[in-house]
Design a protein around this ligand. Structure first.
Ligand SMILES: NC(=O)c1ccc[n+]([C@@H]2O[C@H](COP(=O)([O-])OP(=O)(O)OC[C@H]3O[C@@H](n4cnc5c(N)ncnc54)[C@H](O)[C@@H]3O)[C@@H](O)[C@H]2O)c1
Ligand SMILES: NC(=O)c1ccc[n+]([C@@H]2O[C@H](COP(=O)([O-])OP(=O)(O)OC[C@H]3O[C@@H](n4cnc5c(N)ncnc54)[C@H](O)[C@@H]3O)[C@@H](O)[C@H]2O)c1
Lengths: 202, 202
C-alpha cells in the first residue's frame, strides 16, 4: 500500500512528465525527475516503485508510458462525480476549475441555502436548494461531497452528507469535521501553506 | 529549527485551541489535542516543543496562552502585505477570503493583464494593469506575491515578481516555477489532495 507522502508526490511527477511530453522527450530517468523537482533520486525511485512499470537501464522510463501509468494509478481516467455545497466565492472558483475533470473529478451539481442562488448556473453547473441534497445524492448515486461553506456551517453540512450516503468529503472549510470512521475526509488547509511560506521568509 | 511537517500542523492545533476557547476550556493537554486531531500524543508534544511555552504537570497548557504563542510563532499578529496577480475566479475567491488577514497576510493590490479588469475593485482590493506591478511593488516595498494565473502564464509572472524584488511567492498555478535560489516558492497543489482522497475511497 502506497504511503500518503509518496501518493501526494505522484501528481507532481505527472506535471513534469506533461512538460517533457510537450518538449517531445522520449525517455526520462529518476535522477532527471528528481533534479527538476529538487527531490533526491532515491525518493523518486522509491515513489515510482509503487507504479506498475519498469524502466530501461540507462534510459529510464518512457515518458508517455509513465504518465499513463500514473494516471491509471491515481484514477484520473475514471470519472468520479461530486456534489458541492456552498456556491459562494470559493465554491464558484472550484466550479470554474476545468482541470478537475482531467484529474477524474466532475462536479455534477452544487447546493446552497441561499434561495437567490437556487436555479442559477455557474460554468455549466446548476445550483439547487440544500433541501434537495439527500434526494439527488441518492438518485444519482453520488459518493463524493465538497464542502465550501463557512466554518460554523461545515459540520451541519457534513452531517447531511453522511446521512445522504456520501463516502468521501473534500473539506475546504477551516473546521475539523466529526464523521463516522468509515467516511473519508480530506481537509484543505491554506493556513498550513501560509505558515510555511511566512516562516521561510523570516 | 522547526521541521516543515511540524510547522504545517501548528495551524491545526490553533484551530483546536480556538474551539476550546469558545467552550471556555481553561487548560488542555497534549493527549487531548492529539485525540481531537487523530494524532499521537508523542507527535503533538514534539511539535509543541518548538513553541516557547511550558505546560503545567497534569493540567497541560493554558489554552489562551498556547493559542497566543502559536500565533506569535507563526507571525499571525504581524501583517505581511502581498500583491496578487491574476484576478480571475480563484484570484477573486482569495481576495474575498477575509480570514487571510487573521493569518497575517493582507492582499494590498491585485494585478491582471485583462484591460477590462483594470480599475475594478473586488472586496476592497483594486485591480491594476500588470504593467504597473514593478513600480508599485518597489514603491510599497511588497515582499510577497500570489500567483493565480493559468499555468502557461505562471513562469512569466514569476519572472516579473523576481525582477520586482518579491522574495516569497505563493503559487496556485499547477506549474513548477523556475526562480533564483534565495526566492521562496510555496506551491498549492489541489491534485495532491484529490489523489489522496480518491485513493482512500477505492
Ligand atoms: N475564499 C477563499 O479563497 C477561501 C480560501 C480558503 C478557505 N476558504 C473557506 O471556504 C469556505 C467558503 O468561503 P467563501 O469565501 O466561498 O465564503 P462565501 O460566504 O462566499 O460562500 C459560502 C456559501 O455557502 C452557503 N452556505 C452557508 N451555509 C450553508 C449551509 N448550511 N448549507 C448550504 N449552503 C450554505 C452560503 O449561502 C454561501 O453561498 C469558508 O469556510 C472559508 O473559510 C475560502
Ligand atoms: N479555479 C479554481 O478553483 C482553481 C483551483 C486550483 C488551481 N487553480 C489554478 O489557479 C489559476 C487560475 O485559475 P482561474 O480559474 O482563476 O483562472 P481564470 O482564467 O479565471 O483567471 C486567470 C486570470 O489571470 C489573468 N492573467 C492571465 N495571464 C496573465 C498575465 N500574464 N499577467 C497578469 N494576469 C494574467 C487573466 O486575465 C485572468 O483574469 C490556474 O493556474 C488554475 O489552474 C484554480
Amino acid at each position: 500500500i502506497i504511503p500518503e507522502p509518496s501518493l501526494r508526490r505522484l501528481p507532481l511527477y505527472h506535471q513534469i512528465l506533461e512538460l517533457e511530453l510537450e518538449n517531445n522527450t522520449e525517455f526520462i530517468s529518476c535522477s532527471k525527475i528528481a533534479e527538476m523537482l529538487d527531490f533526491t533520486p532515491i525518493q523518486v525511485r522509491k515513489d515510482l516503485s509503487y507504479i506498475n512499470l519498469i524502466g530501461m537501464p540507462k534510459k529510464g522510463y518512457k515518458v508517455i508510458e509513465l504518465k499513463d501509468e500514473i494516471e491509471n494509478f491515481l484514477g484520473w481516467n475514471r470519472n468520479d462525480e461530486a456534489f458541492l455545497v456552498g456556491a459562494g466565492n470559493l465554491g464558484k472558483a472550484l466550479l470554474s476549475y476545468a482541470k478537475l475533470k482531467d484529474k477524474g473529478l466532475t462536479i455534477t451539481a452544487a447546493f446552497d441555502k441561499n434561495k437567490n442562488l437556487a436555479g442559477e448556473n455557474f460554468f455549466g453547473v446548476t445550483v439547487f436548494d440544500i433541501s434537495k441534497f439527500q434526494e439527488l445524492t441518492y438518485r444519482m448515486k453520488i459518493h463524493i461531497g465538497i464542502i465550501t461553506v463557512p466554518a460554523p456551517e461545515a459540520q451541519k453540512v457534513a452531517d447531511i452528507m453522511v446521512k445522504s450516503g456520501i463516502r468521501g468529503i473534500w473539506n475546504f472549510a477551516p473546521s475539523k469535521l466529526n464523521v463516522p470512521e468509515k467516511i473519508i475526509v480530506q481537509d484543505v488547509n491554506l493556513s498550513s501553506y501560509l505558515a510555511v511560506l511566512s516562516q521561510k521568509l523570516k
